[in-house]
Design a protein around this ligand. Structure first.
Ligand code: GLP
Length: 261
């Protein structure tokens, strides 16, 4: 695992946005795994800026969301389909239908989950998966004790996650759904490159557990230790609880240019 400690979320976004642009420029047909939450927003701003500047195109790319709420009204502005449309898909030249989300409105959620994993496989798998991390170490909506081999499936959110996400629902936890469809940890681990982002001191414990703790279903993000190409990009406050941060800085400052993101 590579750990990159950056000066600010903007610096991290530029690094990751540059890596995604390089990926698309070398393979325009790349398949991107898109995360929601507040963490990836600076990356989406960076990509929209690069698109406006003519540095990158998404015209042949495809995308898959990590997760989706179950049972929100179809036109709810906080469904992850709506969030991704607003924050990235509608700001660049992704063709209509090129970015899919799990179908949180399906009458048969189990079938929708099977279909989602099949669609990812049919697209050739995900080349680069963006990830945020919850304060409890969840990735996607894989809450603690999720199977490290899990496929896309329905999950019940912890009350902590519902409280954390109430800020997107008028600070009213009663509006936050209890159920979600999420790419499983097994699904996430099949992506060819995982890029986990974390900003701010409230993520410091989760970051330390992800990188330096034991691999355990109690901290779903620790599954990144099982992946051959995982990059963790954190700002200084989010790096606070890491014990080997001097080593990570040393590695990054000596990184050969040809390695890219
Ligand atoms: C949400 C999302 C995750 C996200 C996490 C952190 O519940 N399902 O994909 O990584 O919580 O959110 P934020 O980035 O807003 O801190």
């Amino acid at each position: 695992m590579e750990v990159v400690i950056v000066d600010s979320p903007q610096a991290g976004a530029e690094l990751v946005g540059g890596g995604i642009a390089a990926l698309l420029n070398s393979n325009p047909y790349s398949v991107l795994g898109l995360a929601t939450g507040s963490t990836p927003l600076p990356v989406y701003d960076d990509l929209a800026r690069r698109y406006d500047a003519g540095e990158v195109s998404f015209a042949r790319a495809r995308g898959f969301a990590l997760d989706e709420y179950v049972g929100l009204p179809a036109d709810h502005p906080e469904s992850y389909r709506a969030v991704l449309d607003r924050e990235i898909v509608g700001r660049v030249d992704f063709p209509t239908g090129a970015v899919q989300t799990p179908d949180g409105w399906s009458a048969d959620p189990a079938a929708a989950c099977l279909a989602y994993d099949a669609a990812i496989a049919a697209a050739g798998g995900i080349d680069l998966q963006l990830l945020g991390v919850g304060t409890d170490g969840h990735i996607g909506f894989n809450e603690p004790t999720s199977s490290l081999a899990s496929p896309t499936r329905i999950k019940t959110l912890t009350e902590q996650t519902r409280e954390d996400n109430a800020r997107f629902f008028d600070d009213d936890i009663s509006q936050v759904p209890h159920h979600v469809l999420t790419q499983g940890i097994g699904t996430i681990l099949r992506a060819r490159h995982l890029v986990l982002l974390a900003w701010g001191g409230n993520k410091a414990q989760a970051v330390a557990a992800t990188v330096e703790g034991p691999v355990t279903g109690m901290v779903p993000s620790s599954a990144l230790q099982l992946h051959p190409h995982a990059t963790v990009v954190v700002d200084e406050p989010a790096a606070e609880a890491l014990t080997l941060s001097d080593y990570y800085r040393h590695v990054f400052s000596n990184k050969p240019d040809w390695q890219g993101l």
